[in-house]
Write a protein that binds this ligand. Structure first.
Ligand SMILES: Cc1cc2nc3c(=O)[nH]c(=O)nc-3n(C[C@H](O)[C@H](O)[C@H](O)COP(=O)(O)OP(=O)(O)OC[C@H]3O[C@@H](n4cnc5c(N)ncnc54)[C@H](O)[C@@H]3O)c2cc1C
Length: 510
């Protein structure tokens, strides 16, 4: 008791100015339970409460930084007892600031010390902590028997949020989403207990975790199947500078190739996407890029049905193709200097206290081939407003699904991820170099979605939680992210977290 009074006294002296309102009881409870934490008004608190997206800025009531599962349990118990909402943070890359609450006043449980990757050499099953980042995981898997998994592209992304809501990247068309590699998870639940979730243990919880994990608990460890790292990888990059008519023709060719209308169509080994950015004089730059897991001869044959048509359209700026090993393929670079699209200086190794940030607003869409009216609406909007946007922007449309993809081979209802029927994952981003973000970028971006949907007979299209859009109402978010799976998710939430201990503005059950 004396110790507790002393703690209160010291905290009052040190943190009275500008500390989150009402923080003392939770800080004391964390102290009493010996849970390491970031104290308000310290540089650790400022750093760990920053989301990747600097457009958003939320102040947690406290930040627990546990390094053991009992500490995670005790942190959840403290928050539940005090009626404080809890959010797990793994890599902190949420587009909507959800791992720091998505609003002020939540307890953040920062899992940065849960970052080990260990491969069992007999089974090739990897046990990975949720705070591990994709680049470090790739290095560790490769070092332990040249193993690999399919996952997203940026090395700094944390595996916790990424896998629990999908996880798509340059190998997903061939090998699946990262969540398709997950075989079990250890979870701290709202009542402070620890559960194992797998197909045979708590299968409903396991179903829910694979698509909507943030709503159901704090995952503290995961087991994944792994595959041999693909030895031969072709990276490619074909840029086209197009006017509106060319872009329209290019989009038709792309849909025919990825959606199954040409012969031959995209093979399983091909992973391809468009990155679209502003060009000059009303032209836009369409970069066709991706990775092919196979020989250069097979790549040439496989890409030809698309490239031959695109080349006839014109505007070709000269391609780059490279044959690289697995780790270089992940970096989108090789030792001879093949470019990296995202960051020429990036490495797979990512430090514990990673500090990269961006300032942006993003929307996502999950679609099949657009109808002719939908293609018209999309390309018209792109050329009508792209060259005069109020902020910088880039759009990415990845062919993760479709007739030859691994993704739809997993039964659509076997996980809560709701988008296996989609062919394309769209990411539409308006950005500024640093805060403050110009909110005109939000009103500029929204009509891309509404125009496409209006042209598709007012279809309500799915959206991807890993590209969370905080401007969606909770009802809209539930429908868009989880589609036909939302009802079952809401039932499971009621049974494992009836008091909504795990809550952000868009969680299941909110
Ligand atoms: C630069 C960048 C590149 C990206 N590239 C890709 C890509 O190529 N492909 C792709 O699919 N996505 C990509 N994303 C999106 C990324 O997958 C999501 O932002 C993902 O949720 C980030 O996970 P995290 O652990 O880093 O984030 P966090 O912000 O820590 O978590 C995101 C969400 O998951 C919850 N969560 C985190 N950890 C846990 C846990 N242990 N238990 C339960 N819930 C948890 C959080 O509460 C939050 O709601 C990218 C994002 C960025 C910023």
């Amino acid at each position: 008791m004396f110790k507790l009074h002393l703690v209160h006294f010291l905290l009052c002296i040190h943190f009275a100015n500008g500390a989150p309102e009402g923080y003392l009881p939770i800080i004391s409870c964390l102290e009493e339970s010996n849970i390491p934490q970031d104290y308000p008004n310290t540089s650790n608190f400022s750093q760990d409460s920053l989301d990747y997206n600097l457009r958003l800025n939320f102040t947690p009531i406290a930040i627990a930084v546990p390094s053991t599962v009992p500490q995670v349990q005790a942190a959840v118990n403290c928050a539940a007892k005090l009626g404080i909402k809890v959010n797990p943070k793994s890599g902190g890359h949420s587009y909507a600031g959800h791992s720091v609450g998505g609003e002020d006043g939540h307890l953040v449980v920062d899992l940065k010390y849960f970052r080990e990757t260990k491969v069992d050499s007999a089974t090739n099953v990897a046990t990975i902590g949720p705070g591990a980042r994709l680049g470090n995981i790739a290095l560790d898997l490769y070092a332990q028997g040249e193993r690999a998994m399919a996952h997203g592209i940026c090395p700094g992304v944390g595996i916790g949020g990424h896998v629990l809501h999908g996880g798509q990247g340059y190998s997903s068309h061939t090998y699946g989403l990262l969540l398709d590699f997950l075989v079990s998870a250890e979870v701290v639940l709202a009542n402070g207990s620890v559960a194992t979730a797998s197909n045979t243990s708590n299968p409903d919880l396991f179903w829910a975790l694979r698509g909507a994990g943030m709503s159901f608990g704090i995952v503290t460890s995961m087991e994944f199947r792994t595959i041999p790292a693909p030895p031969e990888n072709i990276l490619f990059y074909y840029p086209y500078l197009w006017n509106q008519t060319q872009a329209h023709a290019g989009w038709d060719a792309w849909q025919a190739y990825c959606g199954g209308e040409t012969t031959p169509i995209i093979p399983p080994a091909m992973n391809v996407r468009w990155v679209i950015v502003d060009g000059d004089d009303g032209l836009l730059l369409f970069l066709l890029e991706g990775a092919f897991h196979g020989s250069i001869e097979d790549f040439d044959l496989s890409i030809a049905p698309l490239i031959d048509v695109l080349d006839e359209i014109g505007g070709f700026q000269g391609n780059v193709t490279g044959v690289v090993g697995w780790l270089d393929a992940l970096l989108y670079a090789n030792s001879n200097g093949l470019y990296s699209n995202w960051d020429n200086n990036q490495t797979l190794e990512t430090p514990l206290n990673y500090t990269a940030h961006a300032t942006f607003f993003a929307k996502s869409l999950m679609t099949r081939n657009l109808s002719p009216a939908g293609v018209d609406a999309w390309i018209n909007r792109l050329y009508a407003t792209g060259p005069t946007s109020p902020t910088g922007w880039y759009f990415i449309v990845a062919a993760q699904g479709g007739p030859t993809s691994y993704v739809p081979t997993v039964p659509a209802d076997s996980t809560s991820y709701a988008h296996r029927h989609s062919i394309y994952e769209w990411q539409l981003v308006a950005q500024t170099n640093s805060p403050p973000f110009n909110d005109a970028g939000i009103t500029w971006l929204n009509p891309f979605v509404s125009d496409i949907e209006a042209a598709e007979s007012n279809l309500t299209l799915g959206m991807y939680y890993n590209y969370a859009d905080p401007t969606l109402s909770k009802e809209e978010a539930h429908e868009r992210y989880w589609l036909q799976h939302y009802g079952r998710l809401a039932e499971i939430k009621k049974s494992v977290d009836p008091d909504l201990v795990f809550l952000n503005p868009q969680t299941v059950g909110n």
